[in-house]
Design a protein around this ligand. Structure first.
Ligand SMILES: Nc1ncnc2c1ncn2[C@@H]1O[C@H](COP(=O)(O)OP(=O)(O)OP(=O)(O)O)[C@@H](O)[C@H]1O
Ligand SMILES: [Mg+2]
Length: 274
């Protein structure tokens, strides 16, 4: 989720020629390739200029432990338009699993306290909360974050029927020239309470320099926040702190440490001792 090591990324030019030919069968001739610098989880991320237009490609080797993320992105894609880029094709061949997405010309959001992007970020999170329930099974918020609570059954407070993106990394929120917001990177899509994405956002806002009370004021602009039981948010702040602690344990770096600190600061602000 945006916090692993960069070393896993492969270059387009190193792909097997048969695989590149299979992609060109879908896109027409590939004129130019740009490797993407943002993002870390995928083994391959590139923008192709092709005879049929620009395509963003995310790829993983078929033997990768996180290959399931490709299945989720391909399955959820059709339910996310126009908020997310359209899934154009998937090619599984020669040891690789590639998904071609509509290319979005945009930049990642800036969540800093003085940023003019914050109202658009609110719009994006609001739009996620308005998505119709997809016709596929999603993992549940209860299962996902209950494991971080002293009593996992308390995670009943996280349950709901709203589509939750859950990875509020600002690089997953692309702002376009037309001042619209598009959400990318959906492998962690979850079904849960309407306030959860706003709550996940609080951690990123604190990480980005907002004190917790100011971060919550931004989160409160997302309509789903209003229906939240304060006790549920208290528990979620604890679950987020422990989730980020687990991420630190798996990948210790400045970013994970700072996100863990941000989450615990939020939990303390809410009177919890995570
Ligand atoms: N459809 C798209 N069009 C243009 N750029 C995109 C598109 N999808 C993703 N990107 C860019 O590529 C980056 C990496 O994509 P994405 O976040 O989906 O992959 P990832 O490798 O799983 O990333 P991470 O795990 O680090 O969040 C995004 O942060 C965004 O900058
Ligand atoms: Mg990402």
């Amino acid at each position: 989720m945006g916090v692993a090591l960069r070393a896993r990324r492969h270059e387009w030019a190193d792909l097997p020629p048969e695989l590149i030919a299979a992609v060109a069968d879908r896109t027409g001739p590939i004129v130019r390739v740009d490797s993407t610098s943002a993002g870390y989880s995928s083994q391959l991320a590139a923008t192709l200029d092709t005879a049929s237009g620009r395509v963003f490609v995310k790829g993983m080797r078929t033997d990768h432990a996180d290959r399931w993320t490709q299945d989720v992105e391909a399955a959820i894609g059709p339910y996310l338009a126009p908020l997310a880029p359209r899934v154009l094709w998937r090619v599984v061949a020669d040891g690789w699993d590639l998904i071609g997405f509509e290319h979005i010309a945009g930049r990642g959001a800036d969540y800093g306290p003085a940023s003019a992007d914050l109202p658009l970020a609110v719009e994006g999170i609001t739009a996620i909360g308005r998505l119709a329930r997809p016709g596929i099974r999603l993992r549940t918020a209860r299962a996902r974050w209950g494991r971080y609570l002293d009593d996992p059954s308390d995670a009943a407070a996280f349950a709901g029927d709203t589509v939750v993106h859950s990875d509020m990394n600002p690089s997953n929120m692309l702002l376009t020239g037309a001042n619209t917001v598009r959400m990318v990177d959906w492998p962690w899509v979850t079904r849960g309470a309407a306030w959860i994405d706003a709550a996940c956002w609080v951690v990123w806002l604190v990480y980005s320099g907002h004190p917790p009370h100011a971060a919550e004021q931004w989160a409160a602009r997302v309509p789903g926040w209003a229906g939240a039981d304060p006790d549920a948010i208290d528990l979620f702040a604890v679950a987020q702190t422990r989730y980020w602690q687990a991420t630190v344990d798996a990948h210790t770096n400045r970013m994970t440490m700072a996100l863990r600190t941000a989450a615990s600061r939020w939990a303390l602000h809410r009177g919890m001792w995570p």
